[in-house]
Design a protein around this ligand. Structure first.
Ligand code: G3I
Length: 322
């Protein structure tokens, strides 16, 4: 059995991976990505982001998103859709013009309306808003906050609920919330406010981009998940972008430590009743986002460059089978 087979036996909805458009002409890569024994769920790591979907105002191009969503659907893999709104990968027409608040809200609704309608019923969940907080728990300063103010977040969720399929779960997704800290507490306070004000939200995504030696422990993860899964919020959670980078060069010892971090993370989700699944942020080292962003770090995935499964893969299998 593969990781998704084992995850399902362990009570999770899925074990999945993000894949990127640049990998779609690699048949060896695709045979792994589409092996439903290992991956029961797919997330496009770029193809559904604003700059690709709405490259000019009110001009929509779904080709990159479709190239990942359609084959996954055909293949019986669940889809997590990513993302309607974040500060990054926005088109120039949006960042280089000063829109008024009223205009920008219209632009936001129009974007969500079109993309949500195109992918209606295609997505198990949508990451509606991604990375809206700083590590200290304040709102991230970006276009949305500057022009609309913090209410851009509840507005995005309202628009999403209006246009996505009825069954689609709406998630807030962020990194650095995998411990109880200022950031996770700020997200918790936001969700509490949503509930008080009848703003729709179903889940919180823990991105889980970890580093060997500095990663949250099993207990850290359990405690931060509980911020959202217990009363009164009672939301679902998921690990949405799990990867574990090491300082290069990789050694046997570092790969073993990496395996332990993967194992503890997956176990935290498996043991948390309301944690629905785990998605790794790509599975193949050569295409991981890590080395570009953190020079000197890498080898963060479950398959190495020779397409060999790494100790982390077997550790996850062991944890899910226990
Ligand atoms: O589209 C261009 C292409 O035309 C060009 O040939 C190529 C040359 O390098 O670059 C392509 O754009 C790249 C894009 O990915 C698509 O591959 C960008 O340079 C690159 O910066 C971009 O990186 C993505 C990153 O988000 C952007 O911040 C990563 O692939 C993607 O994995 C990463 O994903 C984010 C999540 O959305 C949110 N959480 C963090 C996570 C990791 O940063």
């Amino acid at each position: 059995p593969g990781l998704d087979d084992l995850a399902k036996e362990a009570g999770l909805l899925y074990f999945g991976t993000a894949i990127d458009n640049i990998s779609l002409n690699n048949t060896k890569y695709l045979s792994i990505a589409h092996n439903t024994s290992d991956f029961g769920q797919i997330t496009p790591s770029n193809g559904q982001k604003w700059m690709y979907i709405e490259p000019a105002r009110n001009v929509f191009n779904y080709s990159m998103g479709d190239a990942i969503i359609k084959p996954a659907k055909k293949n019986g893999q669940m889809r997590r859709c990513h993302t309607f709104l974040w500060h990054n990968q926005l088109p120039d027409w949006l960042t280089k013009t000063n829109y008024t608040k009223t205009e920008l809200i219209k632009i936001l609704e129009n974007h969500i309306k079109n993309e949500a309608t195109h992918y209606k019923n295609d997505c198990y969940a949508w990451d509606v808003v991604n990375e809206a907080f700083n590590d200290d728990g304040t709102y991230r300063k970006d276009l949305w906050l500057d022009t609309i103010g913090p209410e851009y977040i509840p507005l995005a969720f309202k628009f999403a609920r209006k246009y996505v399929g009825r069954e689609t779960k709406l998630y807030y997704n962020d990194y650095g919330i995998e411990r109880v800290n200022n950031k996770s507490l700020a997200v918790q306070a936001m969700v509490q406010k949503f509930l008080n004000e009848d703003i729709p939200i179903d889940g919180v995504g823990f991105q889980a981009h970890f580093t060997v030696g500095r990663a949250p422990t099993y207990d850290d993860l359990r405690n931060s998940m509980k911020l959202f899964t217990t009363k009164p919020l009672e939301l679902e959670v998921a690990l949405t972008e799990l990867d574990v980078r090491i300082q290069l060069p990789g050694t046997e010892e570092k790969l073993k430590a990496q395996a332990d971090v993967y194992g503890a993370s997956v176990k935290a989700c498996m043991d948390e009743e309301e944690c629905v699944g785990v998605t790794v942020w790509d599975f193949w080292d050569p295409v991981s986002w890590v080395p570009d962003t953190f020079p000197g770090y890498g080898d963060a995935c479950l398959w190495d460059k020779e397409y060999k499964r790494k100790p982390a893969y077997f550790k996850i299998a062991e944890v899910l089978s226990a």
